[in-house]
Design a protein around this ligand. Structure first.
Ligand code: BEZ
Ligand code: FE
Length: 329
């Protein structure tokens, strides 16, 4: 379209106090109600941030330089912006909003940058870590729906670090995937495998995000955990992790991923269990019942939560394609 033909609202004489409404008005030419709403709120919050902090030009330039460096370090295998979102708690916040969980279902948490699409498909009983320095662990899990009915045929991606706290992709000389697998829940909704006891490790902190953490007096550590991702048609996609109880970083995770319901206490494999699963008696045991919600349950809960949260803020909204937009008519 010829830019000179676009009818834009005339700008007022711009001041600290009226620039926000002018920018919002001009952005409102956008016909997409959801994008219009997001941009309106973004501009208002950004402008309020500058007004409330009395942001100086040199501070804003420092911010822009930081964001530039954050972009420059990104590659196909390094996403520093997601890391930035993680250390501000924004990733966890967005996941919690977008994938609300009814009581008694399994909560989600941060995905992190180390999921890959190259993990081997494994069967119940397989060993997913070749690290012989790791402490052996037996993992036995159930997948159920909120009524407690087992769900078979769920695809589960699982990944963890080696005993040195590195994911396979962090080793330049690796010879294939390790510490990861894809499983399918069996007819009873069960999946089980052999792994190693997870250890705490630092998020990548040799870039701008690491420097920021240092300035903030924060450490880059994550508590020991194992990642799980669940997929089955008709169910809300679940990205989660299990965290080990009493980890030194349990209360100061660099990316705010820990939730009480996801903390597990490791047991020890007794004689009967050792015989049943063909593992050594006395090794560590992790058990967990994962509870998935249907897509419909998740969709309805998200809409209900959105309405309630925005009503609290005094906003009238309607839900369009599952997401709130101002209810203007
Ligand atoms: C992880 O758990 O793999 C992770 C999560 C967020 C940032 C970095 C790593
Ligand atoms: Fe991790």
């Amino acid at each position: 379209m010829d830019p000179s033909q676009v009818k834009i609202p005339a700008l007022a004489d711009l001041t600290i106090d009226n620039i926000t409404e002018n920018v919002i008005r001009i952005n409102s030419l956008n016909p997409d109600p959801r994008m219009k709403y997001i941009l309106e709120r973004l501009v208002e919050h950004l402008h309020d941030f500058a007004r409330e902090t009395r942001l100086s030009t040199s501070e804003w330039m420092a911010g822009i330089q930081f964001l530039t460096k954050t972009g420059q370090i990104c590659t196909d295998v390094r996403q520093e912006f997601i890391l930035l979102s993680d250390i501000f708690g924004l990733s966890l916040l967005v996941d919690s909003i977008d994938h609300p969980k009814p009581a008694h279902s399994t909560e989600g948490t941060v995905l992190g940058p180390f999921h890959t699409h190259e993990a081997e498909h494994m069967s119940n009983g397989d060993l997913m870590s070749k690290d012989d320095k790791g402490e052996p662990l037996l993992v036995v899990c159930n997948v159920k729906d909120v009524q407690g009915k087992p769900i078979s045929g769920v695809t589960i991606d699982i990944w963890e670090t080696d005993s040195s706290g590195h994911y396979d992709v962090q080793h330049a000389d690796r010879d294939g995937p390790d510490g990861r697998c894809v499983m399918t829940s069996d007819d009873e909704g069960v999946f089980w495998f052999k792994a190693i006891v997870p250890v705490p490790y630092p998020i990548p902190h040799d870039g701008p995000v690491g420097q920021l953490l240092k300035k903030l007096g924060r450490h880059p550590m994550r508590p020991a955990h194992m990642h799980f991702m669940f997929e089955k048609s008709g169910f809300d996609h679940l990205i989660t992790a299990l965290y080990l109880k009493n980890d030194p970083y349990e209360n100061s995770d660099a990316v705010f991923g820990v939730k009480n319901s996801l903390i597990v206490e490791l047991g020890k494999v007794d004689k009967k269990t050792a015989e049943k699963y063909g593992v050594d008696e006395g090794i560590a045991l992790m058990t967990y019942d994962f509870v998935l919600v249907t897509e419909k349950e998740s969709f309805n809960l998200r809409a209900e939560n959105s309405k309630k949260a925005l009503e609290k803020l005094g906003r009238r909204v309607k839900i369009v394609e599952g997401l709130p937009v101002p209810d203007v008519d």
